[in-house]
Ligand binder design. Sequence first.
Ligand code: WT7
Length: 647
Amino acid sequence: MSSSAPKVYPPSAEFAANANATADMYDRAEADPMEFWAEQARRLDWETPFDQVLDWSDAPFAKWYLGGKLNVAYNCVDRHVVAGKGDRVAIHWVGEPGDSRDITYSQLKDEVSRAANYLASIGLQTGDRVAIYMPMVPEAIVSMLACARLGLTHSVVFAGFSAAALRSRVDDAEAKVVITTDGQFRRGQPAPLKTAVDEALGTGDDAAASVQKVIVVRRTNHDPDLNWVQGRDVWWDDTVGEASPDHEPEAFDAEHPLFLLYTSGTTGKPKGIVHSSGGYLTQAAYTFHTVFDHKEGRDVFWCGADVGWVTGHTYLVYGPLSNGATEVIYEGTPNSPDEHRHFQIIERYGVTIYYIAPTLIRTFMKWGRAIPDAHDLSSLRLLGSVGEPINPEAWRWYHEVIGHGRCPIVDTWWQTETGGIMISPLPGVTECKPGSAMRPLPGISAKVVDDNGADVADGEQGYLVLDRPWPGMLRTIWGDAERFKDTYWSRFAEQGWYFAGDGARYDDDHALWVLGRVDDVMNVSGHRISTSEVESALVSHSAIAEAAVIGAADETTGQGIVAFVILTEGAESSGDELIAELRNQVATDISPIAKPREINVVPELPKTRSGKIMRRLLKDVAEGRELGDTSTLVDPGVFEAIRAQRA
Ligand code: WT7
């Protein structure tokens, strides 16, 4: 788009006049943060009101809304039925093959109650963990809410993860139940899923010790000989389907752990991020209302994320449903059966608020504007972006081609750990700059600092830190409080700040630009993948002695995974075959989404005298840049060979 494009995009007078957000919220939150957060929590229905907003005396272990008791599922479902909104559609679900279901709040209440009754009937107790390994079917959401209703802590595992990845998560959480489907649709074809559960849970001596039941939703019905473990496996229809739709919810402590969600860090195995009930739901409800300007009974919201990621938790389940929203949930990929799918869905349901990742926007750009132009997108009134920095070009395209220049865009920065949106424009209030997440939300405080914790000048790059607690903050890492302190709170321990792992800068107008991870975490299509996990998968192949993995800039996916590997002595470099085996190894150990875009077999890796691999330099090579400072390398000549290999 031309260089004459505007630099800032102020909200229209019309949008501003009706916006949920108001400019004075910043000052109000600043003047009395505890009162502000109490006010946000009052969006929820508390069975017992809280008597203290925050206890931070044992920092970084926070307690929010002390004394308060609530039931999260009641807040997301029953409450709306009780208020006479039972006939409102909660979920317009669209299956990949084109089947669809509309589920009202009343129906959702019945389904969630049935599932809760069944889970209770098999002896699950408050605090037990349930793993949910499912594609985007309504039962995934019903399962999450049924857990919430009983005070069971759910752990949703993205259905694209491998059996090995599922097993490590089931073991770490000691899940008693796994809920899954027989299969899932992928680009028009049924693909098995339960087989991965069988493989993950193992048999005999190798069996996952904690798991007592596997509940299977029939989705694809593709396999007449589906493996069945008697006594362990049950069909959803025969169990949940037969249970009573009446269930009386019990209230739980605000700090009761609502869910675990595993995410990749810089080292070691994935961490089970623990989220609370009252604080998390407050953050979800507040941000959904304010950032998405949600108008009850009028809007149709669509978040394109998968329920296996935090975006799916907060903006497919807890945020929209706690606000009584009507939302779209789509099972499949955006190009199945063809590239028109998303736009047809927007048209069909009159979607008003649309929230996706920049990687998808860039994919739409590649497909060309003729595709969205073929559809009536006039229902849209607000667009959102999440998961990675959005480049200004994609922002402008989104604004013009999808939003027809009419819709504000909220570029929302947050993380699995923050529970909900933290930095974003306020629609109707903020003058947006394409590419900037603009400003922390009212009640949230962020700084950009140097190594010593001093504010960097506007325009300079630094580390993004959150210098005040917030209700949706993670409470700990499951089973590893030390790692929790170490990972997030040790870098700026003296100041007591949360270190997000991102670099950022404020510009001259004090707008915040998030620049991406400064640690060994990659962001591929908005998915968080650790370099060390991919490296371990690669070296687990017998032909590989050493591996170094980096995220290199990629036009569509944000970053692409590039690996450099050294063969073991005597291993034959059998070219393409080995590369294919290595890619499979990564898919098996982690997920197909972690497969490297490029694998280079090299004679040596660039190392410092202390033996540290200089990933920064490998990134320079992969991105085709001049090498940065090589003076600490043992053998700067190593790059000749690496370059020769890539040429
Ligand atoms: C990392 C968190 C937030 C839910 C999805 C990802 C990056 C996220 C933005 C944004 C720039 C962003 C950060 C962050 N990120 N949103 N709007 N602008 N970067 O959750 O898997 O926990 O990843 O995603 O690097 O640290 P996650």
